[in-house]
Structures are given as C-alpha cells and as structure tokens.
Design a protein around this ligand. Structure first.
Ligand code: C2E
Ligand code: CA
Ligand code: CA
Ligand code: CA
Length: 278
C-alpha cells in the first residue's frame, strides 16, 4: 500500500499473472503427488576417481507433466519450496529414493542414495521422525541415506535447523553440503553443521582450467575436507581434462556427464552392478 504509483501497479499486474500460473502449477502438483506416477527420479552415480567404483547415487526429481511435458527442478522447485506442499513433496521424493535403495539392497548393491533437501524442509521439526519412519518402512539402514543440503540454511532460523540436523545425525543418516563454496559462509558452515561429505560446486569445476583462483578453491576445499575426515565429490565433470585435473588436485570422487548422465531408475541397477563387478 505504501509503494503506490503507476509503474508499481503494472509490476503488480505481471506478478499476478505469474502467481496465477504458480497456483495452477501447485494445484497440478497436488494431483501429481496424490494420484499418478508423474514425479520420477533420475539417478546419477558419483564415482571414485581412482577405481571407477560408484561412491553413491544422487536422486534428481523429474516431473513428467501430462500437458507441459518433461519438467526439471528449475521449472517448479522454487514455487514448491515456498508452498505448503513442500513437506508432502519432500516425503514423496524420500519415499521413492528409499524404495530404490531397498531394491539395491535386495540385489546385494551396497551404495548410498543421496536426496536433495530444500533448506526450508530443515525448518520442519517433524522431518527427522518422518525420515526415521520411512527408513524403517523400507528397511533401509540409515547410513545408506545421504541428505544433500546447501549453505543457505545458515541464513535461516539456526535453532530449529540445529535441532533438526542434530536429530537427523542421531538417526544415523549422512549429511552432505551441496554446492560448496557458493554460499556466504562455507567455512563457518563446516564448523556448525556436522557433515560427512562436501560437494564442490560445478562452477569451480568449469573454471578450474582457466582460473588459478578456481583451481585454488578446489584444491583448498579438497584439502580441508580430507583434513576434517570428510568425503569430497566434485560436481558437473564433463571432460577427461577436468577428471585428470581434479585427481591432480587430490579430489577422490566426482559426478557428471563425463561419467554418467542422470538415468531412469530401471537402468541404474545394471550400471551399478557392472561398476561393482569390474
Ligand atoms: P544440484 O543438487 O546441484 O544437482 C546437480 C544438477 O546438475 C542436476 O540438475 C544434474 O542433472 C546436473 N548435472 C549433473 N552432471 C552434470 C554435468 O556434467 N553438466 C551439467 N551441465 N549439469 C550436470 P537438475 O537435475 O536439473 O537439478 C537441479 C537442481 O534442482 C539440483 O541441483 C537441486 O538443487 C535441485 N533438485 C533436484 N532434485 C531435487 C529434489 O528432489 N528436491 C529438491 N528440494 N531439490 C532438488
Ligand atoms: Ca545435489
Ligand atoms: Ca550441487
Ligand atoms: Ca550446483
């Protein structure tokens, strides 16, 4: 009301159009979560740079929308994160991921699955109990689940986040810091949150070859992670040059199109099986 003025009015109009669209999207999500198999997981292995063995598999959500076609997280995750459906969405993705992990266990594949958790989900005190229940239901050991979180949680209500993360750790699930180095307080984060794994953001991997600064950041992150006893995974590796440079900087694991693109659930078991055999 304070803002007033014609230009603001037209801005508001365009925003109204945007939010109508978001409301439609969120209504459609409600349906997708309730009735149909529209939300699926694309699965992307990370590999050990020395042996090629899989170190884990990340679950990346896809929405096979009946009218809009294949949607990636960029198309819908923002509105979902700000809606009251975030809890249901997070539970849905976790449930699907644990079903996949339970299948691997039956096939004798001992590989952890990583699930991306929105910062705002860590403000929900019910999350740890929900995850504990889902792990029991699928009979998956907690260590087989890795929760990928970003440093943006540092910006939110720390008391709740600390409590939720503490409860998750007590449960025995693993925590990974996603997009490491892109937040405002990467180093502080590592001292506050007990993590198991650090994921070096793709932006550093891309710039590594041309930028001594980016290379120094990767080398320092790898050194710090190892000194703290954490695993480190480089994201978005697309070329052999990047793979070799990462190995030279001491990085031990990586993920990216150079190794595997995200693949459907029905393909992954065979891929993991062959990686573990060789
Ligand atoms: P992220 O966690 O950083 O995931 C990595 C993204 O990079 C994925 O995009 C993946 O498909 C893509 N990627 C992997 N390797 C390469 C590569 O070599 N080159 C390039 N250019 N890209 C590569 P995607 O699947 O579109 O996901 C985007 C983001 O959406 C994720 O970024 C994550 O933050 C979020 N996200 C994905 N699934 C979920 C989910 O289930 N829940 C939540 N809350 N967020 C999710
Ligand atoms: Ca991730
Ligand atoms: Ca990431
Ligand atoms: Ca990223």
């Amino acid at each position: 009301a304070k803002k007033g003025g014609g230009s603001v009015a037209s801005y508001d109009n365009s925003r109204d159009a945007g939010s109508t669209d978001q409301l439609t999207l969120l209504a459609e999500l409600r349906e997708a979560l309730a009735v149909e198999d529209q939300l699926q997981l694309a699965l992307q292995p990370a590999v050990d740079l020395a042996t090629g063995a899989p170190t884990g598999v990340e679950a990346l959500v896809r929405w096979l929308h009946p009218r809009r076609g294949l949607l990636t997280p960029a198309d819908f995750i923002g509105p979902v994160e700000h809606s009251e459906q975030l809890g249901a969405f997070t539970r849905y993705v976790l449930d699907k991921a644990l079903a996949v992990a339970a299948g691997w266990a039956r096939d004798g594949l001992d590989v952890p699955i990583s699930v991306n958790i929105s910062a705002r989900s860590l403000l929900d005190p019910r999350l740890p109990a929900e995850i504990a229940e889902a792990l029991r239901r699928h009979d998956v050991p907690p260590r087989r689940l890795v929760l990928e979180i970003t440093e943006t949680v540092m910006m939110s209500e720390l008391e709740v986040v600390d409590e939720v993360l503490g409860a998750l750790r007590a449960l025995g699930v693993q925590i990974a810091v996603d997009d490491f180095g892109t937040g405002f307080s990467s180093l502080t984060f590592l001292t506050r949150v007990p993590v198991d794994e650090v994921k070096v953001d793709r932006s550093f991997v891309i710039r590594m070859a041309d930028s001594p600064e980016a290379a120094a950041i990767v080398r320092t992150t790898v050194g710090l992670a190892h000194e703290l006893g954490l695993r480190v995974v480089a994201e978005g590796v697309e070329t052999a040059e990047q793979r070799i440079a990462l190995a030279e900087l001491g990085c031990t694991a990586a993920q990216g199109y150079h190794f595997f693109k995200p693949m459907p659930a029905d393909k992954i078991s065979a891929v993991l099986g062959s990686l573990l055999d060789s």
